[in-house]
Design a binder for this molecule. Structure first.
Ligand code: SF4
Ligand code: FE
Length: 485
């Protein structure tokens, strides 16, 4: 069976030897680094869940290439049921980590490139699809993590890639050599990059003819010469470096992004899946966006479940769990959270088969889902902070409880109602703080706005996909306006 265990994944990452920097220093072992460790553990959960009996059906699938049981994160979805299971799997992981567990962008990118390489071959007579299948068999059989590398540095946003003063602002082919190409540039905000074995690189936008050098897609092992990862900072991340780690909020997990620099990296031909076929870049970007925008209605909903639970718990600690305004706020939070999930599931139920046989979600509903994700987690967070009270931002450290001089005061005045001593109350409040202001807010809030594309990108797609003319005709017919047709 082609499944890696959680422990095998962590051990492998420890020995991987890819070039990672955090806060100006080289990271020797990602899972053992105090700041980088919890995000690596969140990624490891994608392996751990596939080991356990309870949710194995959600976390594994049968490979359509080999017939083997594989991790669903490496699977090409081939039915509506697959699309639905993906959303349910992501919610499950969000519930158990309250973090971005980082493996979905790669899964969504695999599904995209699988389909687009098929279309490319039909349009251009290329051999990309067979190459991609070889790559995918490698990923599935070894149960590897593949990071999706899409967003370029972009330099001057008003200029297209080829018009940039510094060509490297968009990753491009810098040299064509025998047997492959050399690429240069950087990909930004790459989720889970430092916890990945392979990097699957795709263009960040639809390219025009003059930008053909930038229409490049390939996969490359993350430890290849010339690739460097620069870890993204997060608010309060150094709390993880404190001795007791008492104030980290989420004790076990986190999310992470990195800048990935490609400094003249050689990519062999067999790993190149697009090279200059710029007319197909628009389709690639839109397909990936739809897959990934639907994913947010899984993961963020699971994180929302935890935040709703924490808000309900703090209300109990304060003895106000039965107050009508608290119940009203909790109902509002649940309503918002389930609305996100409904959008994602609907996009899966209305999914369709692409020419390659792989399934894709309904793009309009996926974009609607993601546009809601850019807003609702903020409202859910606002309500959680409202319920938690100002103490969330003014509270002493949990470590103060053990100081002989002030500990008795902290334990006495930070306690809640009976059954909620200061330790329990402070821990649940710290979790809400972490999720809405600290390291967790990076994935629950900011990533909800910009991940898988910023809100305006969703509005553009919604306007493109909605049939306004058909809607106008409906209105004309009912009010007796004659149409020209
Ligand atoms: Fe997965 Fe959500 Fe993180 Fe994207 S934001 S990689 S969908 S957990
Ligand atoms: Fe993302």
């Amino acid at each position: 069976m082609a499944l890696m265990t959680r422990q095998q994944y962590i051990e492998g990452l420890r020995r991987f030897g890819h070039t990672v920097f955090a806060q100006g220093e080289r990271v020797q072992s990602v899972p053992d680094h105090p700041v980088c460790g919890p995000p690596a553990m969140a990624m490891a959960e994608t392996y751990g869940k596939a080991e356990g009996e309870a949710v194995r059906e959600l976390f594994t699938a049968r490979s359509h290439l080999t017939g083997e049981t594989i991790n669903r994160f490496t699977h090409v979805q081939h039915s509506i049921d697959d699309l639905i299971k993906k959303i349910l799997m992501l919610r499950e992981l969000g519930r158990s980590t309250a973090s971005c567990f980082q493996r979905c962008a790669g899964m969504d990118c695999i599904n995209t490139v699988y389909s687009v390489t098929y279309d490319l071959d039909r349009a251009y007579g290329t051999e990309y699809h067979a190459r991609f299948i070889d790559f995918l068999k490698h990923v599935q059989s070894k149960d590897l993590v593949t990071a999706a590398c899409m967003t370029d540095a972009k330099g001057d946003r008003s200029l297209s890639p080829s018009r940039q003063k510094d060509r490297d602002q968009y990753l491009h082919v810098s040299e064509v050599r025998k047997g492959g190409v050399v690429v240069r540039g950087a990909k930004m905000h790459i989720t889970g990059a430092v916890n990945s074995h392979e990097l699957l690189v795709v263009p960040t936008r639809a390219m025009r003819e003059e930008d053909a050098d930038y229409a490049i897609s390939f996969a490359i092992p993350a430890d290849t010469k010339g690739i460097t990862f620069v870890y993204g900072r997060q608010p309060s991340d150094t709390r993880r470096m404190e001795k007791e780690k008492a104030d980290v909020g989420n004790l076990y997990f986190g999310g992470c992004e990195a800048m990935v620099v490609f400094d003249d990296v050689f990519v062999p031909d067999e790993r190149v899946f697009m090279k200059g076929e710029y007319p197909m870049t628009g389709r690639l970007v839109e397909l990936f966006a739809s897959h990934h925008r639907a994913s947010y209605g899984g993961c963020k909903v699971g994180v929302g479940d935890v935040l709703i639970g924490a808000a309900a718990a703090v209300a109990e600690a304060h003895g106000i769990e039965d107050a009508s305004h608290i119940r009203d706020k909790l109902a509002e939070m649940i309503h918002l959270n389930e609305t996100l999930h409904a959008g994602a599931l609907a996009s899966a139920v209305k999914g369709y088969a692409t020419p390659s046989g792989a399934y894709a979600v309904d793009p309009l509903l996926a974009n609607v889902c993601k546009l809601n994700v850019t807003r609702f987690p903020f409202e859910i967070s606002r309500l959680a902070q409202d319920i938690a009270g100002g103490i969330m931002a003014t509270m002493p450290s949990l470590e103060d409880q053990s100081n002989p001089e002030i500990g008795p005061f902290v334990r006495k005045y930070l306690a809640g109602k009976e059954g909620w001593d200061s330790e329990r109350r402070m821990r649940i409040i710290r979790l809400i703080e972490q999720m809405t202001l600290g390291t967790g807010a990076v994935s629950y809030l900011t990533e909800s706005v910009h991940g898988a594309g910023s809100p305006q990108a969703q509005k553009i797609m919604i306007m493109r996909l909605a049939d306004l003319n058909a809607a106008k005709l409906l209105a004309y017919r009912l009010c007796g306006i004659e149409t020209l047709e």
